[in-house]
Design a protein around this ligand. Structure first.
Ligand SMILES: CC(C)(COP(=O)(O)OP(=O)(O)OC[C@H]1O[C@@H](n2cnc3c(N)ncnc32)[C@H](O)[C@@H]1OP(=O)(O)O)[C@@H](O)C(=O)NCCC(=O)NCCS
Length: 174
């Protein structure tokens, strides 16, 4: 199912056919550094990740992490989407791209469409994001999207506090 189209991108739901792409993405150095090791080593692991992560969320919440692909070339470049975690009061936005496609504004383009979807289709009034304090590219992108520092939080089982950022999605705000 297609979630949104932008000038250069298509955002759609993941299917298990995207397993080879997930295997590549979750083993990118930046993913391992800033998001963590999901233990996905084989295509079968990647199928399980897709089913237990994004697909489960589509069924539970009607949204989740989606695949971002280049419209013209029809190739997957990353993921962007909405996550509902028990430990956070509001839904948060998440994203990750293959490093080969960084620095071209794709992450910003997809995240802008995701926030529009969150506001207009899901009806969210507030959006959050969590990010490591040293993930400067992610922080810069979130600030460009209009999210601001809310507070430091420490996730269960973690030692280091991370940034909780957020923005109102009500009219007049980004
Ligand atoms: C965080 C992450 C998604 C940011 O990706 P990115 O490539 O920096 O983001 P964009 O694609 O939007 O690129 C933005 C840059 O491209 C530039 N750019 C080039 N062409 C552009 C265009 N046509 N439109 C907009 N920006 C463009 C912008 O100027 C911007 O540069 P700047 O930040 O120096 O101002 C990426 O680093 C990543 O996947 N990291 C690993 C996963 C991760 O950490 N996820 C977040 C967990 S909280």
């Amino acid at each position: 199912m297609i979630i949104a189209e932008t000038e250069r991108l298509v955002i759609r739901e993941f299917t298990i056919d995207d397993a080879p792409f997930i295997l590549e993405l979750v083993n990118e150095p930046a993913w391992l550094t800033f998001i963590g090791d999901k233990g996905v080593r084989t295509t079968d692991d990647a199928v399980r990740y897709i089913l237990n992560g994004p697909v489960k969320s589509y069924h539970t919440h009607g949204f989740g992490l989606w695949l971002v692909q280049l419209k013209q070339e029809n190739i997957p470049i990353g993921m962007c989407g909405l996550i509902k975690r028990d430990l956070l009061e509001h839904v948060d936005i998440g994203f990750a791209y293959l490093s080969a496609h960084n620095g071209q504004g794709y992450a910003y383009e997809a995240a802008t469409a995701t926030l529009e979807y969150a506001k207009d289709k899901v009806g969210l009034k507030h959006i959050l994001a969590i990010t490591n304090q040293d993930n400067f590219r992610s922080i810069r992108l979130l600030e460009k999207l209009g999210l601001k520092f809310e507070r430091l939080i420490t996730l269960p089982g973690e030692q280091k506090p991370i940034l909780l950022m957020g923005a109102s999605l009500l009219s007049g705000n980004s």
